[in-house]
Design a protein around this ligand. Structure first.
Ligand SMILES: [Zn+2]
Length: 445
């Protein structure tokens, strides 16, 4: 019979080597290991540092949760000694370094839960997998410290996203729930810096004024969308900063315009009972908001001829739709140009053409672009974009869905930062298999 050596036993059970496993008990839903902690030769007093300490009484048996395996929970029971100091007459418990302070879980379990909190799993799932209660996972999450960032990056990206987590307002003594939150990212390194509960201007002002002026001078580029709140914020908090508006937002504005005109038209035809035209319009939704370059890529050969005909017949229905479509396609063309000089020239032409448009919706878009022209050109010139913030939104959506919404903002923020930060310590569980495979390969060759 093969007997597992003592040190291997402890290693497999992920317990410190000096512990002695004395007994093992199996229960219905969990297993229990009884261990013995070796008595230290000296146990210094944590109050005065004296080494004149003696064991005070029987102490007590203590049970903590350890790593689960195969869906079974594992408990560890040990005798926790109590000491008394002969110098200061105060008593204290023997310190146990492999248990997390003020909790009933081991450090290994704590690290495992932390690792799982970096994924997009819900709190309940994590609890189930580790055979603990959701309250313990929540407690672990609350224990992870995440202060505001220590410095501001040279390219600051800001964007808002929808959510409904709330936070406690200390000034007005109430629970505030906001529909939108705000995320900050480092545009150069592509990482998330912080997540804020509200995109409200006053809130953001207070947040950024907490950084010292020298720190704020570090910020050279400020990327945002066309929301006026962000623009005013940039001008007040970061004087002399180069504001960049991502061309993506301009393209989106124009494509939304095309869609809303198409929908209005569609409705008219449906009410008038012209079913063929209604179906033609409804079926062209994708075609109308695809760039001409992509139209060629997606649909080649026979399809492209078919689509061209279809597009022509749709655009012939309304001059307003045709105008909006042209504005959209030309803007995409400008965005994809390689030289800044050309982009500047063509944007001027674009504005000349479409701000004189007879249609109110197109004119409105052109005026918005004119209003933010210099910021859009900055983005072209310096090649800055808000892509980091926009890309993050997808991950946030998954986190929100997996947790069926989020109640407390602070926990939501931590989950986002844990899941999105590329600097996080990733401990891959399966690297051991990869390692083994490579060493075997080496041995074979
Ligand atoms: Zn003492």
């Amino acid at each position: 019979m093969f007997i597992v050596p003592k040190n291997v036993q402890n290693r497999l059970a992920k317990l410190p080597a000096e512990l002695r496993i004395t007994r093992y008990e199996s229960h219905q839903n969990c297993d229990e290991i009884f261990v013995e902690i070796p008595k230290p030769t000296v146990q210094p007093c944590p109050h005065c540092g004296s080494e004149h300490t003696v064991i005070k009484d029987q102490g007590r048996m203590r049970t903590v949760r350890h790593l689960s395996y195969g869906g079974q929970g594992l408990l560890i029971t040990f005798h926790h000694r109590r000491y008394v100091c002969r110098d200061c007459r105060r008593s204290f418990q023997e310190p146990v370094y492999w248990i997390l302070d003020r909790t009933r879980i081991t450090v290994s379990l704590y690290l495992d839960i932390c690792r799982e909190l970096q994924t997009t799993s819900s709190i309940k799932d994590i609890a189930l997998r580790n055979a603990v209660t959701p309250a313990i996972v929540n407690h672990v999450l609350e224990e992870i410290p995440f202060g505001p960032p220590s410095f501001l990056p040279s390219t600051l990206c800001i964007d808002e996203f929808s959510g409904s987590a709330g936070y406690w307002d200390k000034v007005n003594y109430r629970w505030v729930v906001t529909d939108y939150h705000c995320n900050l990212a480092d545009g150069d390194n592509g990482c998330v810096i912080d997540v804020l509960p509200s995109p409200n201007k006053d809130f953001l002002l207070e947040y950024f004024y907490a950084f010292n002026p020298m720190e704020r001078k570090n910020v050279r580029f400020f990327c945002c969308d066309m929301r006026s709140g962000f623009l005013t914020l940039a001008k007040t908090v970061f004087p002399g900063v180069t504001i960049c508006i991502d061309p993506f937002h301009v393209v989106k504005l124009l494509s939304d315009n095309v869609t809303s005109i198409r929908r209005a038209l569609q409705r008219e035809y449906r009410i008038s009972g012209d079913d063929t035209t209604y179906k033609l319009l409804r079926g062209s939704a994708r075609l109308l908001t695809t760039s001409e370059y992509n139209q060629g890529v997606y649909w080649s050969g026979k399809r492209i001829e078919e689509n061209k005909e279809r597009l022509d017949s749709v655009l012939a229905l309304s001059d307003e739709l045709s105008d909006a479509y042209q504005a959209y396609q030309q803007m995409i063309h400008i965005v994809h140009m390689s030289s800044y000089q050309q982009q500047r020239l063509f944007l001027g032409d674009w504005l000349g053409t479409f701000s004189g448009s007879p249609y109110e919706s197109v004119k409105h878009c052109a005026n918005t672009v004119r209003h933010n022209k210099s910021y859009i050109l900055n983005a072209f010139h310096y090649g800055k974009s808000n892509a980091v913030c926009e890309g993050l939104n997808n991950k946030i959506k998954i986190l929100k869905k997996c947790g069926y919404g989020a109640h407390k903002f602070e926990n939501f923020r931590k989950r986002i930062l844990l899941a999105c930060d590329p600097y996080k310590q990733v401990v891959e569980n399966y690297t051991v298999f990869a390692e083994k495979a490579t060493t075997e390969k080496e041995a074979m060759s």
